[in-house]
Design a protein around this ligand. Structure first.
Ligand SMILES: [Cu+2]
Length: 259
């Protein structure tokens, strides 16, 4: 490391230890200013970011098993990405701080850092993602009932078979709370996407196809739903409400449909 006034200059070696590379980093005054401002910047970033953690469309506030699995997967991937960032950036800083050049083990850098480290990290992420994905799509689950969701520019139509025949509602999806429901999604015109962020992932609504997604709301309540695929000028308004009913209210609804 050698100094030249206000600018810090680091010396790093390339992988083979053949060349010396000079890296000019920010001057001490700039670093000190950044250091002073960092807490305020982090607080402002957290306040802005965490403001979006709640609300009817937040994936960070899951209310069902599928959304909870997706949320956990996101956190695990975030931690793995942060871990690899810290390791790589730590090695970079270490290279800058080295005062005397010393031969670097090629094997450690090429095999360890270039092969073993990413292989282990990506294998863990892939295996975990596949196992969790199987659980999210609920391939082995038996749903309590099936409801058809038909998308049409720019609204949703939900049809279920009740005790007294089929019941269709526009932009309102009634389900029983605490039970797994199969939603069969299709479209009358262009491609849309069915999404209730607090309960499950997205599934495309494609003309001529019947895609299936399982959804469960743990507790009774109202949950926001949206079209998650741009489908024209009315796309932004193409929302719906999923109403999860407690057992009594659900039985009343069924009886009402039967009358
Ligand atoms: Cu849309």
């Amino acid at each position: 490391m050698s100094g030249d006034g206000d600018a810090g200059v680091g010396v790093a070696e390339d992988l083979l230890g053949m060349k010396r590379v000079e890296i000019r980093i920010a001057g001490p005054r700039l670093l000190a200013a950044a250091h002073r401002l960092a807490p305020a910047a982090i607080a402002a970033g957290l306040a802005a970011g965490l403001g979006g953690c709640a609300g009817p469309l937040s994936t960070l506030d899951p209310a069902g098993p599928a959304a909870r699995s997706i949320s956990v997967l996101m956190l695990v991937l975030l931690v793995l990405a942060a871990l690899s960032f810290v390791v790589i950036f730590g090695l970079f800083l270490l290279a800058l701080r080295r005062r005397r050049s010393r031969a670097v083990s090629q094997r450690l850098f090429l095999v360890g850092g270039g092969l073993v480290f990413p292989l282990v990290l990506l294998s863990v992420a892939t295996i975990y993602g596949v196992v969790l994905g199987e659980r999210i799509i609920g391939a082995r689950e038996r749903p309590a009932l099936s409801i058809e969701a038909r998308a049409e520019r720019w609204h949703w139509q939900f049809t279920r078979e009740g005790q007294g025949g089929s019941v269709t509602r526009r932009d309102i999806l009634d389900v029983p709370a605490g039970r797994t429901v199969e939603i069969v999604v299709t479209s009358a015109d262009v491609i849309h996407s069915f999404w209730v962020p607090r309960l499950a992932g997205k599934i495309d609504a494609i003309p001529g196809m019947r895609n299936r997604i399982l959804i469960r709301a743990d507790v009774p309540g109202r949950y926001g739903g949206v079209c998650a695929e741009f489908c024209g000028t009315g796309h932004a308004e193409m929302g719906f409400t999923l109403v999860a009913h407690d057992p009594e209210a659900w039985a009343d609804l069924e009886r009402g449909a039967a009358r």
